[in-house]
Design a protein around this ligand. Structure first.
Ligand code: ATP
Ligand code: PAF
Ligand code: BAL
Length: 284
Protein backbone atom coordinates (compact mmCIF):
# COMPACT_ATOMS: atom_id res chain seq x y z
CA UNK A 1 0.00 0.00 0.00
CA UNK A 2 1.22 3.43 -0.95
CA UNK A 3 0.49 6.44 1.27
CA UNK A 4 0.05 9.68 -0.67
CA UNK A 5 -0.54 13.10 0.88
CA UNK A 6 -0.20 15.40 -2.14
CA UNK A 7 -2.58 15.83 -5.02
CA UNK A 8 0.04 15.73 -7.83
CA UNK A 9 1.32 12.16 -7.17
CA UNK A 10 -2.27 11.02 -6.67
CA UNK A 11 -3.17 12.36 -10.12
CA UNK A 12 -0.09 10.69 -11.62
CA UNK A 13 -0.93 7.25 -10.27
CA UNK A 14 -4.59 7.82 -11.24
CA UNK A 15 -3.46 8.45 -14.84
CA UNK A 16 -1.41 5.22 -14.81
CA UNK A 17 -4.44 3.19 -13.66
CA UNK A 18 -6.54 4.87 -16.36
CA UNK A 19 -4.07 3.76 -19.08
CA UNK A 20 -4.10 0.22 -17.64
CA UNK A 21 -7.91 0.21 -17.87
CA UNK A 22 -8.38 -0.43 -14.12
CA UNK A 23 -11.59 0.33 -12.25
CA UNK A 24 -11.20 2.43 -9.10
CA UNK A 25 -13.25 2.28 -5.91
CA UNK A 26 -13.01 4.98 -3.27
CA UNK A 27 -13.79 4.91 0.47
CA UNK A 28 -13.65 8.33 2.15
CA UNK A 29 -13.22 8.30 5.95
CA UNK A 30 -12.12 10.46 8.85
CA UNK A 31 -9.92 7.65 10.22
CA UNK A 32 -9.92 5.84 13.58
CA UNK A 33 -11.03 2.87 11.56
CA UNK A 34 -13.27 0.15 12.96
CA UNK A 35 -14.91 -2.87 11.36
CA UNK A 36 -17.69 -0.69 9.87
CA UNK A 37 -15.08 1.16 7.81
CA UNK A 38 -13.21 -2.04 6.98
CA UNK A 39 -16.40 -3.56 5.68
CA UNK A 40 -16.74 -0.65 3.23
CA UNK A 41 -13.21 -1.47 2.08
CA UNK A 42 -14.08 -5.16 1.66
CA UNK A 43 -17.11 -4.23 -0.47
CA UNK A 44 -14.95 -1.87 -2.51
CA UNK A 45 -12.34 -4.57 -3.11
CA UNK A 46 -14.99 -7.00 -4.27
CA UNK A 47 -16.18 -4.58 -6.96
CA UNK A 48 -13.08 -2.84 -8.37
CA UNK A 49 -9.46 -3.46 -9.42
CA UNK A 50 -8.05 -0.64 -7.29
CA UNK A 51 -9.13 0.63 -3.87
CA UNK A 52 -8.29 4.11 -2.60
CA UNK A 53 -9.12 5.05 1.01
CA UNK A 54 -8.85 8.61 2.30
CA UNK A 55 -8.36 9.71 5.88
CA UNK A 56 -9.09 13.39 6.40
CA UNK A 57 -10.72 14.97 9.44
CA UNK A 58 -12.58 17.67 7.56
CA UNK A 59 -12.76 20.96 9.49
CA UNK A 60 -15.50 22.29 7.18
CA UNK A 61 -18.10 19.83 8.48
CA UNK A 62 -17.57 20.50 12.20
CA UNK A 63 -19.54 23.20 14.03
CA UNK A 64 -17.67 25.70 16.25
CA UNK A 65 -18.62 23.80 19.46
CA UNK A 66 -18.04 20.33 18.04
CA UNK A 67 -15.23 17.82 18.52
CA UNK A 68 -12.80 18.68 15.68
CA UNK A 69 -9.79 18.82 18.03
CA UNK A 70 -10.81 15.79 20.11
CA UNK A 71 -11.71 13.60 17.10
CA UNK A 72 -9.61 10.40 17.49
CA UNK A 73 -6.57 10.25 15.20
CA UNK A 74 -4.93 6.81 15.01
CA UNK A 75 -3.03 6.85 11.71
CA UNK A 76 -0.48 4.10 12.37
CA UNK A 77 -3.14 1.64 13.53
CA UNK A 78 -5.38 2.60 10.57
CA UNK A 79 -2.52 2.07 8.10
CA UNK A 80 -1.86 -1.44 9.42
CA UNK A 81 -5.56 -2.38 9.05
CA UNK A 82 -5.79 -1.02 5.49
CA UNK A 83 -2.51 -2.66 4.47
CA UNK A 84 -3.79 -6.02 5.74
CA UNK A 85 -6.90 -5.65 3.56
CA UNK A 86 -4.83 -4.99 0.45
CA UNK A 87 -5.77 -1.34 -0.10
CA UNK A 88 -3.76 0.16 -2.96
CA UNK A 89 -3.52 3.80 -1.94
CA UNK A 90 -4.14 5.59 1.35
CA UNK A 91 -4.71 9.27 0.66
CA UNK A 92 -3.97 11.49 3.68
CA UNK A 93 -4.13 15.08 2.48
CA UNK A 94 -3.26 18.05 4.71
CA UNK A 95 -5.91 20.69 5.41
CA UNK A 96 -3.60 23.37 3.97
CA UNK A 97 -3.62 21.61 0.57
CA UNK A 98 -7.33 20.87 0.62
CA UNK A 99 -8.38 24.37 1.67
CA UNK A 100 -5.47 26.30 0.19
CA UNK A 101 -7.37 29.63 0.08
CA UNK A 102 -8.66 29.24 3.64
CA UNK A 103 -12.02 27.97 4.89
CA UNK A 104 -13.74 31.35 4.57
CA UNK A 105 -12.99 31.74 0.86
CA UNK A 106 -13.67 28.12 -0.03
CA UNK A 107 -16.18 27.50 -2.83
CA UNK A 108 -18.80 25.13 -1.48
CA UNK A 109 -21.32 22.55 -2.62
CA UNK A 110 -24.70 22.56 -0.95
CA UNK A 111 -27.51 20.09 -1.57
CA UNK A 112 -30.64 22.08 -0.72
CA UNK A 113 -33.53 20.58 1.23
CA UNK A 114 -31.90 17.35 2.33
CA UNK A 115 -29.04 19.25 4.01
CA UNK A 116 -31.22 21.37 6.28
CA UNK A 117 -33.45 18.74 7.91
CA UNK A 118 -32.91 16.21 10.73
CA UNK A 119 -29.12 16.11 11.45
CA UNK A 120 -28.68 19.19 9.27
CA UNK A 121 -31.05 21.18 11.49
CA UNK A 122 -29.00 20.26 14.57
CA UNK A 123 -25.64 20.73 12.84
CA UNK A 124 -26.00 23.84 10.62
CA UNK A 125 -23.49 23.81 7.76
CA UNK A 126 -22.52 20.18 8.42
CA UNK A 127 -23.79 18.74 5.14
CA UNK A 128 -22.40 21.67 3.17
CA UNK A 129 -19.01 20.71 4.64
CA UNK A 130 -19.56 17.04 3.81
CA UNK A 131 -20.76 17.67 0.23
CA UNK A 132 -17.87 20.07 -0.41
CA UNK A 133 -15.13 17.72 0.81
CA UNK A 134 -16.64 14.68 -0.89
CA UNK A 135 -16.93 16.60 -4.17
CA UNK A 136 -13.29 17.71 -3.86
CA UNK A 137 -12.10 14.18 -3.02
CA UNK A 138 -14.06 12.80 -5.98
CA UNK A 139 -12.30 15.36 -8.21
CA UNK A 140 -8.91 14.29 -6.87
CA UNK A 141 -9.38 10.51 -6.88
CA UNK A 142 -11.77 10.38 -9.88
CA UNK A 143 -13.20 7.01 -8.84
CA UNK A 144 -15.63 4.88 -10.82
CA UNK A 145 -17.49 4.08 -7.60
CA UNK A 146 -17.55 5.19 -3.96
CA UNK A 147 -18.77 3.50 -0.79
CA UNK A 148 -20.60 5.07 2.15
CA UNK A 149 -22.14 3.56 5.29
CA UNK A 150 -25.87 3.50 5.92
CA UNK A 151 -25.08 4.41 9.54
CA UNK A 152 -24.87 8.00 8.26
CA UNK A 153 -28.06 7.56 6.28
CA UNK A 154 -28.78 11.23 5.65
CA UNK A 155 -25.17 11.74 4.52
CA UNK A 156 -25.60 8.90 2.01
CA UNK A 157 -28.75 10.55 0.62
CA UNK A 158 -27.01 13.94 0.41
CA UNK A 159 -24.11 12.41 -1.54
CA UNK A 160 -26.45 10.55 -3.91
CA UNK A 161 -28.37 13.80 -4.57
CA UNK A 162 -25.12 15.70 -5.19
CA UNK A 163 -23.92 13.08 -7.66
CA UNK A 164 -27.23 13.23 -9.55
CA UNK A 165 -27.57 17.02 -9.46
CA UNK A 166 -23.99 17.66 -10.60
CA UNK A 167 -23.98 14.82 -13.18
CA UNK A 168 -20.96 13.19 -11.58
CA UNK A 169 -19.74 10.13 -13.42
CA UNK A 170 -19.58 7.51 -10.66
CA UNK A 171 -21.75 5.01 -8.81
CA UNK A 172 -22.52 5.43 -5.11
CA UNK A 173 -22.95 2.29 -3.01
CA UNK A 174 -24.57 2.30 0.43
CA UNK A 175 -23.32 -0.41 2.82
CA UNK A 176 -25.40 -1.70 5.79
CA UNK A 177 -24.44 -0.61 9.30
CA UNK A 178 -21.99 -2.82 11.21
CA UNK A 179 -22.91 -3.26 14.86
CA UNK A 180 -21.33 -4.41 18.08
CA UNK A 181 -22.73 -7.68 19.46
CA UNK A 182 -25.21 -5.74 21.64
CA UNK A 183 -26.55 -3.79 18.64
CA UNK A 184 -24.72 -0.48 19.09
CA UNK A 185 -23.72 0.92 15.69
CA UNK A 186 -19.93 1.00 15.40
CA UNK A 187 -18.65 4.58 15.42
CA UNK A 188 -15.35 6.30 16.13
CA UNK A 189 -17.26 8.46 18.60
CA UNK A 190 -18.14 5.40 20.74
CA UNK A 191 -14.64 5.80 22.22
CA UNK A 192 -15.85 8.92 24.01
CA UNK A 193 -18.35 6.85 26.07
CA UNK A 194 -17.56 6.07 29.71
CA UNK A 195 -18.00 2.42 30.78
CA UNK A 196 -21.41 3.25 32.28
CA UNK A 197 -22.55 5.13 29.16
CA UNK A 198 -21.34 2.28 26.95
CA UNK A 199 -23.63 -0.09 28.88
CA UNK A 200 -26.63 2.17 28.22
CA UNK A 201 -25.85 3.01 24.59
CA UNK A 202 -27.51 -0.04 22.90
CA UNK A 203 -30.93 1.15 24.12
CA UNK A 204 -31.26 3.48 21.14
CA UNK A 205 -31.06 0.69 18.55
CA UNK A 206 -33.19 -1.61 20.73
CA UNK A 207 -36.00 0.98 20.81
CA UNK A 208 -35.73 1.57 17.06
CA UNK A 209 -36.04 -2.19 16.47
CA UNK A 210 -39.18 -2.34 18.64
CA UNK A 211 -40.71 0.62 16.81
CA UNK A 212 -39.96 -1.00 13.44
CA UNK A 213 -41.63 -4.22 14.59
CA UNK A 214 -44.78 -2.36 15.69
CA UNK A 215 -44.96 -0.45 12.41
CA UNK A 216 -44.49 -3.62 10.36
CA UNK A 217 -47.17 -5.40 12.36
CA UNK A 218 -49.71 -2.74 11.36
CA UNK A 219 -49.64 0.08 13.91
CA UNK A 220 -49.98 3.46 12.25
CA UNK A 221 -49.93 5.84 15.24
CA UNK A 222 -46.33 6.80 14.38
CA UNK A 223 -46.18 10.01 16.36
CA UNK A 224 -47.51 8.43 19.58
CA UNK A 225 -44.99 5.61 19.23
CA UNK A 226 -42.15 8.03 18.49
CA UNK A 227 -43.06 10.04 21.61
CA UNK A 228 -42.88 6.85 23.65
CA UNK A 229 -39.41 6.05 22.27
CA UNK A 230 -38.27 9.58 23.16
CA UNK A 231 -39.61 9.17 26.71
CA UNK A 232 -37.89 5.78 27.09
CA UNK A 233 -34.55 7.19 25.92
CA UNK A 234 -34.97 10.20 28.16
CA UNK A 235 -35.69 7.96 31.17
CA UNK A 236 -32.56 5.93 30.37
CA UNK A 237 -30.51 9.15 30.63
CA UNK A 238 -30.11 10.02 26.94
CA UNK A 239 -30.80 13.56 25.75
CA UNK A 240 -32.81 13.08 22.57
CA UNK A 241 -32.01 15.32 19.62
CA UNK A 242 -34.58 13.73 17.29
CA UNK A 243 -36.47 10.54 16.53
CA UNK A 244 -38.12 10.75 13.12
CA UNK A 245 -40.05 8.46 10.78
CA UNK A 246 -39.31 9.55 7.20
CA UNK A 247 -39.74 8.44 3.61
CA UNK A 248 -36.63 6.49 2.62
CA UNK A 249 -35.93 8.37 -0.63
CA UNK A 250 -36.76 11.97 0.20
CA UNK A 251 -36.34 11.93 4.00
CA UNK A 252 -39.57 13.96 4.11
CA UNK A 253 -42.49 13.05 6.39
CA UNK A 254 -44.17 10.08 4.69
CA UNK A 255 -47.53 10.31 2.95
CA UNK A 256 -50.25 7.77 3.85
CA UNK A 257 -49.51 5.58 0.81
CA UNK A 258 -45.76 5.32 1.36
CA UNK A 259 -44.42 1.94 2.39
CA UNK A 260 -40.62 2.33 2.34
CA UNK A 261 -39.58 4.26 5.42
CA UNK A 262 -36.60 4.89 7.66
CA UNK A 263 -36.57 5.71 11.35
CA UNK A 264 -33.69 8.02 12.23
CA UNK A 265 -32.52 8.98 15.70
CA UNK A 266 -29.83 11.04 17.39
CA UNK A 267 -29.24 11.50 21.10
CA UNK A 268 -26.53 12.67 23.43
CA UNK A 269 -25.24 10.23 26.00
CA UNK A 270 -23.12 12.47 28.20
CA UNK A 271 -20.92 14.38 25.74
CA UNK A 272 -21.25 11.80 22.97
CA UNK A 273 -23.73 12.28 20.15
CA UNK A 274 -24.98 8.90 18.95
CA UNK A 275 -26.86 8.49 15.67
CA UNK A 276 -28.60 5.46 14.25
CA UNK A 277 -31.37 4.47 11.86
CA UNK A 278 -33.36 1.46 10.72
CA UNK A 279 -35.26 0.80 7.51
CA UNK A 280 -38.92 -0.23 7.62
CA UNK A 281 -41.03 -1.78 4.89
CA UNK A 282 -44.79 -1.65 5.44
CA UNK A 283 -45.39 -3.92 2.40
CA UNK A 284 -44.68 -7.22 4.12
N1 ATP B 1 -20.94 1.11 11.80
C1 ATP B 1 -20.78 1.42 10.53
N2 ATP B 1 -21.25 0.60 9.58
C2 ATP B 1 -21.11 0.93 8.26
N3 ATP B 1 -20.50 2.04 7.83
C3 ATP B 1 -20.01 2.88 8.74
C4 ATP B 1 -20.12 2.62 10.14
N4 ATP B 1 -19.52 3.63 10.81
C5 ATP B 1 -19.07 4.50 9.89
N5 ATP B 1 -19.36 4.06 8.65
C6 ATP B 1 -19.09 4.74 7.38
O1 ATP B 1 -17.71 4.97 7.26
C7 ATP B 1 -17.50 6.16 6.50
C8 ATP B 1 -16.58 7.04 7.26
O2 ATP B 1 -17.21 7.42 8.46
P1 ATP B 1 -16.49 8.15 9.65
O3 ATP B 1 -15.03 8.18 9.40
O4 ATP B 1 -17.20 9.39 10.01
O5 ATP B 1 -16.69 7.08 10.82
P2 ATP B 1 -17.64 7.01 12.03
O6 ATP B 1 -17.21 5.88 12.85
O7 ATP B 1 -19.03 7.11 11.52
O8 ATP B 1 -17.30 8.27 12.85
P3 ATP B 1 -18.24 9.31 13.54
O9 ATP B 1 -18.07 9.02 14.96
O10 ATP B 1 -17.65 10.59 13.02
O11 ATP B 1 -19.64 9.16 13.08
C9 ATP B 1 -18.89 6.78 6.29
O12 ATP B 1 -19.36 6.42 5.01
C10 ATP B 1 -19.70 6.13 7.37
O13 ATP B 1 -21.08 6.08 7.07
C1 PAF C 1 -17.75 11.23 4.15
C2 PAF C 1 -16.76 11.89 5.11
C3 PAF C 1 -15.44 11.13 5.05
C4 PAF C 1 -16.50 13.31 4.62
O1 PAF C 1 -15.60 13.96 5.45
C5 PAF C 1 -17.30 11.93 6.54
O2 PAF C 1 -18.45 12.71 6.63
C6 PAF C 1 -17.50 10.57 7.14
O3 PAF C 1 -16.49 10.04 7.58
O4 PAF C 1 -18.63 10.05 7.15
N1 BAL D 1 -19.76 10.20 10.12
C1 BAL D 1 -20.16 11.55 9.82
C2 BAL D 1 -19.09 12.52 10.08
C3 BAL D 1 -19.39 13.51 11.13
O1 BAL D 1 -20.15 13.22 12.06
O2 BAL D 1 -18.85 14.62 11.06
Amino acid sequence: MQQISDITPLREIRRKWQIQGKTIAFVPTMGNLHDGHLNLVRQAKSKADIVVVSIFVNPLQFGPDEDLEAYPRTLEQDKAALQALGVDVLFTPHASAIYSRGLEKQTFVEVPGLSYMICGASRPGHFRGVATIVCKLFNMVQPNMAFFGEKDFQQLQVIKAMVTDLSMNLTIYGVPTMRESDGLAMSSRNHYLTAKEREKAPIMYARLCELKQKMESGRRDFSLMVDQVKRDLDEAGLKVDYVEVRSIDTLLSPGHEETELVILAAAFLGKTRLIDNIQVSLKA
